[in-house]
Design a protein around this ligand. Structure first.
Ligand code: FES
Length: 142
């Protein structure tokens, strides 16, 4: 008898073997904040040295990030890191979002392969690029 394995189960098994935690894999498979926002106030895009690209969509209410989504053309490390990053910034101030480090995201992912640490960097850099652009676009307080 042929035993079939569901696609997600075989992907999970591969990722576990590669060094991803189940938490990181859940973010990768469920992709809760993957996508775009039709009512975004700000859209920013960044391509990493590896060639992977992230495009972030932010809905702002003054300096509060009301909603955040991101499109990721990239690896499981990039996708899981980007999902954690969006989860961490939603409902938060720009000031708070700026304090988020690679290490914070890694802690939430629990484990991803060492050679995938730069994927976390790309998510944080994409977020900071967007925040820089928003801040620079705001008129200075009088
Ligand atoms: Fe490019 Fe992961 S390999 S972000």
């Amino acid at each position: 008898m042929e035993i079939s394995v569901k696609p997600n189960e075989s992907v999970r098994a591969m990722l576990v073997d590669s060094g991803y935690s189940n938490t990181a894999i859940d973010y990768y498979l469920n992709q809760p904040d993957m996508g775009s926002l039709a009512d975004a106030d700000h859209v920013s895009e960044l391509t990493g040295q590896c060639g992977d690209t992230m495009k972030i969509f932010l809905k702002m209410n003054n300096d509060i990030i009301e909603n955040a989504k991101i499109q990721v053309l990239g690896c499981p490390g990039a996708i899981s890191a980007a999902m954690v990053c969006m989860e961490m910034i939603k409902g938060q101030s720009i000031e708070y979002a700026r304090t988020i480090t690679d290490r914070d995201i890694f802690r939430k992912l629990i484990e991803i392969p060492d050679q995938k640490q730069h994927c976390i960097r790309l998510a944080v850099k994409t977020m900071n690029k967007a925040l820089d652009e928003i801040t620079q676009a705001q008129p200075a307080a009088v």
